[in-house]
Structures are given as structure tokens and as C-alpha cells.
Design a binder for this molecule. Structure first.
Ligand SMILES: NC(=O)c1ccc[n+]([C@@H]2O[C@H](COP(=O)([O-])OP(=O)(O)OC[C@H]3O[C@@H](n4cnc5c(N)ncnc54)[C@H](OP(=O)(O)O)[C@@H]3O)[C@@H](O)[C@H]2O)c1
Length: 255
């Protein structure tokens, strides 16, 4: 078995131009994978490409709003044209959605926007890749970034908790549908990690999260690299429909 070696593998990382997605991409490049970064912001995409190339990676980037299925299909076509195949996909792009409001106070458009971003963008991303893997009769790895918000009550952030739970249901469903095709589908559930998205969280929330970490620390981006390699590699071939929680013990701490 090739344990943690991703040489000759091609991986897509959505939202890979910063934060947790860029950390996944760094891990994948270090393990030998070629990586396609999909994100909306071209300037961020280019910066990520440069950073990943400095680690020795073969990288392509594509600017797409993944809430739009046609743009996701275009991103996939461009990736296929560049690398010739895709083996691995991290559906990581996401955002916080409406914060600080009770459900009945959230506008319909804002509710639909977070469903589109955190759930429908994952579906839009996965669909062309699933078809491609089935057509190639190739093994594959689909990984979504959920959150510990899927496991705990996220009051005043119902859109986030709801969508991060929904992708776990999607993960289990796809694991069943694709299991006999050699495609594993899993989820990563990070606790609090300082990124562009999480830096906007209220200070009280950040302090509470730190108190709940039994390690006394929040997570770091570097700590996201290894789990990405594990789930992308042959080492996780017998694992599907599952979730890996990396939260410093937040969700097992009874305080
Ligand atoms: N940070 C945490 O504490 C934490 C904890 C648990 C889970 N997560 C999850 O981790 C994932 C990454 O978040 P992050 O914390 O690393 O924040 P981040 O740095 O803000 O990353 C979000 C990424 O998503 C991309 N993105 C957003 N909307 C998009 C769209 N419509 N189409 C395509 N790409 C889009 C962004 O790229 P552009 O700006 O170019 O659009 C960016 O690369 C999210 O799913 C988040 O829910 C984060």
C-alpha cells in the first residue's frame, strides 16, 4: 500500500485559495498530488498558486462561484483539460451565513444564500466529478469540510449548523451510492481555527471556544494538512461515510 503517497493523483480543493482549504492543498502537494484550486477571487487564487508552487506543486486555478452549477461544471472541464483526470475532491468552500439572529428573524434570501453556499455548492462540485470517476471506473475520494457546528447546537447561527449537518447526510448517502465503485466519501469537522471567515466571529464566541478546548488551544492551519492527506490516500480506503473531528476536545468537554 502507498500509505500517504499521492504521486500521480490529481486533487481539487474548493475554497483552496486561503484558510483551511489552502492548508489541505499544502498537505496534498507535500504528499505529491497535483492540485486544482477553485475559488471566486482570482487574485487570491493566484497567490495560493504561487505559495503551493513554492512547495514544489503542479497547480492550476479557476475562478468560479460554486453556488452556480454551470460555473462548477466549467471549473471541472478546465481542470480536466489541464490535468487529464481528477481523483480526489475536497468540497471545502463555505461561509458563516446569517449570524446573531434567531431563525424567525432571518430573511428568506439570506437563508437561501447559506443553503446555496454550504450545501448546494458541494452538490454542484461533486456531480461532475462523480460522473467522471464512474466513467473512468477509477477509485476516488470525496471529502467535505463540515464543522463541529454539525454536532452541537449553533443558536443564532442556524443556517450554519443546519448546512454543516446536511453535508454529513450527503456524505453518508454518497458513501452508500458509490461504495461498490471504489469511491470513498468522508467529512472533516474542524473546531475553531483562525481564518478569514472565523475572524469575524464575536470575541465572546472565540473566548468560549478556547475554554472548551481541553488542549487549551485553538487549532492551527498546519494541523489540517495531515488529515487531508489521510483521507485522500489509500490509507483511508476502508473508511467511508464517516466524519473526523479535529477540535481539541471541544465536543467531548462537558463544561
Ligand atoms: N475556520 C473555522 O474555524 C472553521 C471551522 C469549521 C469549519 N470550517 C469550514 O471550513 C471551510 C473553509 O473556511 P475557512 O475557515 O478556511 O474560511 P475562509 O478562509 O474564509 O475560506 C472560505 C473559502 O471559500 C471560498 N468561497 C466562499 N464562497 C465561495 C463561492 N460561492 N464559490 C467558490 N468559493 C467560495 C473562498 O474563496 P473566495 O474568497 O475566492 O470566494 C475561500 O477560499 C468552510 O466550509 C467553513 O465552514 C471553518
Amino acid at each position: 500500500m502507498n500509505l500517504f503517497n499521492l504521486k500521480e493523483k490529481v486533487a481539487i480543493v474548493t475554497g483552496g485559495n486561503g484558510g483551511i482549504g489552502l492548508a489541505y492543498a499544502k498537505g496534498l502537494v507535500k504528499a505529491g498530488a497535483k492540485v486544482a484550486i477553485w475559488g471566486r477571487n482570482s487574485a487570491k487564487n493566484e497567490l495560493a498558486k504561487t505559495a503551493l508552487e513554492s512547495l514544489g506543486g503542479e497547480i492550476m486555478v479557476f475562478a468560479a462561484d460554486l453556488t452556480n452549477a454551470a460555473e462548477a461544471r466549467d471549473a471541472f472541464k478546465a481542470t480536466l483539460a489541464h490535468f487529464g483526470k481528477v481523483d480526489i475532491c475536497f468540497a471545502n468552500a463555505g461561509g458563516a451565513g446569517p449570524q446573531g439572529k434567531r431563525l424567525h428573524e432571518i430573511e428568506e434570501d439570506d437563508w437561501n444564500a447559506i443553503i446555496n453556499l454550504n450545501l448546494n455548492s458541494v452538490v454542484n462540485t461533486y456531480k461532475p466529478i462523480i460522473q467522471h470517476l464512474i466513467d473512468r471506473k477509477a477509485p476516488g475520494k470525496l471529502i467535505v469540510t463540515s464543522s463541529i457546528a454539525a454536532l452541537i447546537g449553533t443558536g443564532f447561527s442556524a443556517g450554519y449548523g443546519t448546512t454543516k449537518s446536511a453535508v454529513l447526510g450527503l456524505t453518508r448517502s454518497l458513501a452508500v451510492e458509490l461504495g461498490n465503485k471504489g469511491i470513498q466519501v468522508n467529512a472533516i469537522l474542524p473546531g475553531y481555527i483562525e481564518t478569514e471567515m472565523s475572524s469575524n466571529a464575536p470575541q465572546a464566541f472565540k473566548e468560549a471556544t478556547l475554554r472548551r478546548s481541553v488542549t487549551g488551544k485553538n487549532g492551527t492551519l498546519e494541523q489540517m494538512e495531515g488529515v487531508a492527506v489521510f483521507l485522500a490516500s489509500e490509507s483511508s480506503d476502508f473508511m467511508t461515510g464517516q466524519s473526523i473531528v479535529l477540535d481539541g476536545g471541544h465536543t467531548i468537554f462537558p463544561l
